[in-house]
Design a binder for this molecule. Sequence first.
Ligand code: FES
Length: 359
Amino acid sequence: MASPQFHQLQVAAVRPLTTDSVAISFALPNELVAQFQFKPGQYLTLRATVNGQDVRRSYSICSHHKHRLEVGIKRVDHGLFSTYAQGLSIGSTVQVMVPQGNFTATVGRNNKYLLLAVGSGITPCLSIIKSVLADEPDSHITLAYGNRTASTIMFRADINDLKDKHTERFNVMHILSAERQEAACFNGRLNGEKIQLLQQLGLLDVHSCDAIYLCGPQTMIEEARAVLAGLGVSGGCVRSELFTSTGAPQASKPVQTQQTDKLPQGGSDVTIVLDGAERAVQVDSSKETVLTAARRAGFDLPFSCAGGMCATCRCKVIEGETSMDLNFSLADWEIEAGYTLACQTRPGSDKVTLDFDAI
Ligand code: FES
């Protein structure tokens, strides 16, 4: 399978969402429509040179038409790419990688869905919500969405439109941390305590859900997972995607790691298989990850966040031992099957082979 490629796309529309966020639509020429087909919940990686730096960021696809894909971008303080993106206008061109990501829904069955989102974590959820409401006429969705104030709610008009159109099947709760609402249970942060309270009040029914999606900061995801496990919800129906407010990796403890007992002295010979070609690079595990070493050697590996969150750099360990510093995106089964994140991978044996073409 060919590695994901960047394509130069033109901005077709810019839609302000809040004072600090915009939705940007990219036009898809006929010849790229097939390559940019996506599953609800997937994201696009955008790439640009900003202040002389090669910057990449991933943004979830929140809306689409045959010849357009839209992403939502929230500006963050000192955020290189998000600030640059606020200045894009119709006709600007941006390098855009074909859709990626495993935080997806298989739309087509009749289900009860619960989505818990905070801030810009709404973007993949919105794509899932739209697809389910359009393609599963008997499915029901509950969305609990946390923000600071009503004015910072991204896609508020889109959410309201969907709610008006699907009153019987789409239930929305806005949880606001810095603005008082009449119903006290909707005030505060969307965290473990709040989820427990909403469940006790009967506003959520986690036991009846076929699928639960969590999308937001790490603390919210960890707390939600703990509360859901405490309520007896099977981990198998819970999916999560980490969203930071900064778009940068969080300094935090690893969620999951593979372990090796020893690091090879003097570096490892790492062979990288990409698009059917093999290239070799020396990686000193004590100093750098495979991605860092490969970039230093001039290899153009697929990556975006460089923080273990997006899985754009996912590849398979074909030979040797490796460990990961951080992993916020690979599921247990992927790790058991030998997949790793190149941006977090350090060799643990003298020879390692990583295959980016492995599906
Ligand atoms: S580049 Fe995002 S997980 Fe490695």
